[in-house]
Design a binder for this molecule. Structure first.
Ligand code: AMP
Length: 279
């Protein structure tokens, strides 16, 4: 595996490879786990060359403490990527990605007014800034994102359309721990007790899946929230049952063809998200 910190050097290498090979890209913020590795595997199965990036993007953190606390395990990440058969890892500095402050403001209409966008003001603008910048640098044929960040996938697809990019977005399923907790870099920050109780998040979503579509949407939503909040360490920030296309809440099962339950939970200071398809 080759490691690059400089855009110019990475681009020189990629321009050579591009002549005969397809380039796949997996952007990450590091602290890698099996969820990230599933994206690497998918990328390797669909593209000749797999490029991963590790960059904890400051512009997508609305909470400075969250940014400071975010786990950074660069050395271990390198070993994991090497073992996984990643070809190239791009590890830029902040100056390399943002030589000047990125002033761009994206308009995602209603897509970023709800859920993560509502509770993390400016988060998706920062995501769009960094992903568009990384796409510009890597210019991948395909880029791989996890369904774990359900709303992020909608935002990225919308951004690709707005900017007329040719990169194909490939969405990969959520990888879970054995007990059902969605894998996340933030899981390692949980206390033992928080980790034990965090199982209730996916349990509540699986319960919702089991009940749909026999039970009214609002009854399921209320009961799922109640089940999570019954754990002393957990506090639901939002739990919404939404149309997968518009991300707006539905009131009945016939309101949309694809319906997801999306949740954000505060476990002490650690914020966890998860989702499941109900229809
Ligand atoms: P992050 O490093 O958290 O920014 O995540 C990088 C990519 O990995 C994003 O596309 C995430 O959606 C994806 N990802 C994170 N956790 C998981 C998971 N448990 N299953 C599948 N994909 C994931």
């Amino acid at each position: 595996m080759e490691k690059y910190e400089r855009i110019s050097e990475l681009q020189l290498k990629l321009s050579e490879l591009r002549k005969s090979k397809t380039i796949g890209f997996v952007p990450t913020m590091g602290a890698l786990h099996q969820g990230h590795l599933s994206l690497i595997d998918k990328c390797k199965s669909m593209c000749n060359i797999t490029v991963a990036s590790i960059f904890v993007n400051p512009t997508q953190f609305n909470d400075k403490n969250d940014y400071r606390r975010y786990p950074r395990t660069l050395e271990k990440d390198g070993e994991i990527l090497e073992k996984a058969g990643c070809d190239i890892v791009f590890v830029p500095s902040e100056k390399e990605i943002y030589p000047e402050t990125d002033e761009r403001i994206f308009d995602f209409g209603e897509l970023d007014k709800v859920m993560e966008g509502k509770f993390r003001q400016g988060h998706f603008n920062g995501v769009a800034q960094v992903v568009s910048r990384l796409f510009d640098i890597v210019n991948p044929d395909k880029a791989f994102f996890g369904q774990k960040d359900f709303q992020q996938v909608s935002i990225i697809k919308n951004m690709v359309k707005q900017l007329n990019l040719t990169t194909e977005i490939v969405v990969c399923p959520i990888v879970r721990e054995q007990d059902g907790l969605a894998m996340s870099s933030r899981n390692m920050l949980l206390s033992d007790n928080q980790r034990k109780e965090a199982i209730n998040i996916s349990q509540a979503l699986f319960y919702a899946k089991q009940q749909a579509p026999g039970t009214p949407v609002n009854e399921i939503r209320d009961e799922a929230i109640r089940r999570i909040n019954s754990s002393p360490e957990l506090k639901v920030e939002y739990l919404e049952i939404v149309d997968a296309n518009t991300l707006q809440t539905v009131s009945g099962w016939d309101d949309a063809t694809e319906i997801f339950a999306c949740v954000a939970v505060q476990a002490g200071k650690i914020r966890l998200i998860d989702n499941v398809q109900l229809k």
